[in-house]
Design a protein around this ligand. Structure first.
Ligand code: HPA
Length: 277
C-alpha cells in the first residue's frame, strides 16, 4: 500500500521531535557528493531508521540520513543515501524520503546523479541539466492508491524540471566555465549496466544520458507540487559509445576527479533556487 497523507504527517511529527529545523530547499546527493555536507553549517541529523516507514538502503556505503543545516543563510535538507529501485524497493518506497523532505517544508528539490553519456558530443566530467526524462522503463511511484491530499491522480508532466531555473543555472555555469550541457535523461531499472543495444535504442528515443535513479523522484516531487531541478554528472560514456567496459570503479574515480566542480555547481544551484523560491 502506498503511504497516505496521514502517514507522512506522522513521519513529520517524528522528525519534529528531533529538530524543528524548517528547510526551504531539499537536495538529493548523488555519486561524488558524499562530502557535500562538509560545506554546511549542520544543525541536525536524522537517520532514516529513526522514522517509521522509511526503508533502509541496502548499500552499507550509503548513509541513509537527512542532514539539516545552512549553506550561507539558506536552510537546507540534504538527503545522504538515496534509495534505488534496483535495491528491491518499489518506486513508491524509493521516493518516500523525497516526499518527506517536501512535507518538512522544502518547496524546491535539487536532484543529482551520476549518469552515462549517450549524446556523443558529451564527455566524462560534463554536467547535464535534465530538461526532460523518459520514465517508461520503470514503474511509476504513483501507481496504486492515490491520496488527493498529496496530489491528484493524474498529473501534468509537460515541464517536470523548472525551465526558468535551468536557464539561470546554465548561464551561471557558463560564467564559471563549468562544462555544462542540457538534455534528456532516461531511467532504467538496473542494477546491471546497460548493453550496447539498449543504448542504441535509448539514442533512437532521444535520450542524452542514462542512469538508475532520478526520474521516479521527479515524478513524486511533481505530484506533490515541489519545484524540481536535476543535474547529471556524466561519469562515463554509456556502453558501446566508446570501446571500453563499464564499471562502478570508473564512475567513482571520475566523480572524485570532478568533486570540486560538482560542489561548486551544486552551491550555485542552491543559491539560484533560493533567489527564486
Ligand atoms: N549507466 C547507468 N548508470 C550510470 C552510468 C551508466 O553508464 N554511469 C553512472 N551511472
Amino acid at each position: 500500500m502506498n503511504l497516505n497523507y496521514d502517514n507522512y504527517m506522522q513521519m513529520v511529527a517524528e522528525v519534529r521531535k528531533k529538530t524543528d529545523f524548517k528547510p526551504l530547499i531539499a537536495v538529493t546527493l548523488g555519486t561524488g557528493l558524499g562530502n557535500f555536507a562538509d560545506n554546511i553549517d549542520v544543525k541536525a541529523i536524522v537517520n532514516y531508521d529513526e522514522i517509521t516507514n522509511l526503508p533502509l538502503s541496502t548499500n552499507p556505503a550509503h548513509k541513509g540520513r537527512f542532514v539539516f543545516g545552512y549553506l550561507d543563510n539558506i536552510p537546507l535538507v540534504l538527503m545522504q543515501g538515496r534509495l534505488h529501485y534496483y535495491e528491491g524497493f518499489t518506486s513508491e518506497e524509493a521516493t518516500r524520503p523525497i516526499r518527506l523532505m517536501g512535507f518538512l517544508g522544502a518547496n524546491t528539490l535539487i536532484l543529482t546523479n551520476a549518469a552515462g553519456g549517450i549524446n556523443t558530443s558529451f564527455k566524462p566530467g560534463d554536467f547535464m541539466l535534465i530538461e526532460d526524462h523518459i520514465d517508461a522503463f520503470i514503474p511509476s511511484p504513483l501507481r496504486g492508491n492515490n491520496d488527493n491530499r498529496i496530489g491528484p491522480r493524474f498529473i501534468d508532466m509537460s515541464e517536470p524540471y523548472n525551465k526558468y531555473l535551468i536557464n539561470k543555472i546554465y548561464l551561471r555555469a557558463k560564467e564559471l566555465s563549468l562544462p555544462i550541457q542540457k538534455g534528456i535523461y532516461v531511467q532504467y531499472p538496473g542494477p546491471q549496466f546497460e548493453t550496447k543495444s539498449l543504448i542504441k535504442m535509448f539514442r533512437g528515443l532521444g535520450a542524452d544520458a542514462c542512469g538508475m535513479s532520478t526520474a521516479i523522484e521527479a515524478v513524486a516531487s511533481n505530484h506533490q507540487g515541489i519545484k524540481t531541478i536535476a543535474i547529471s554528472f556524466i561519469s562515463n560514456m554509456a556502453c558501446g559509445i566508446l570501446n571500453q567496459k563499464l564499471s562502478d570503479e570508473e564512475v567513482q574515480v571520475e566523480a572524485k576527479k570532478s568533486e570540486n566542480n560538482l560542489t561548486l555547481l551544486l552551491k550555485e544551484t542552491i543559491k539560484i533556487a533560493y533567489d527564486n523560491l
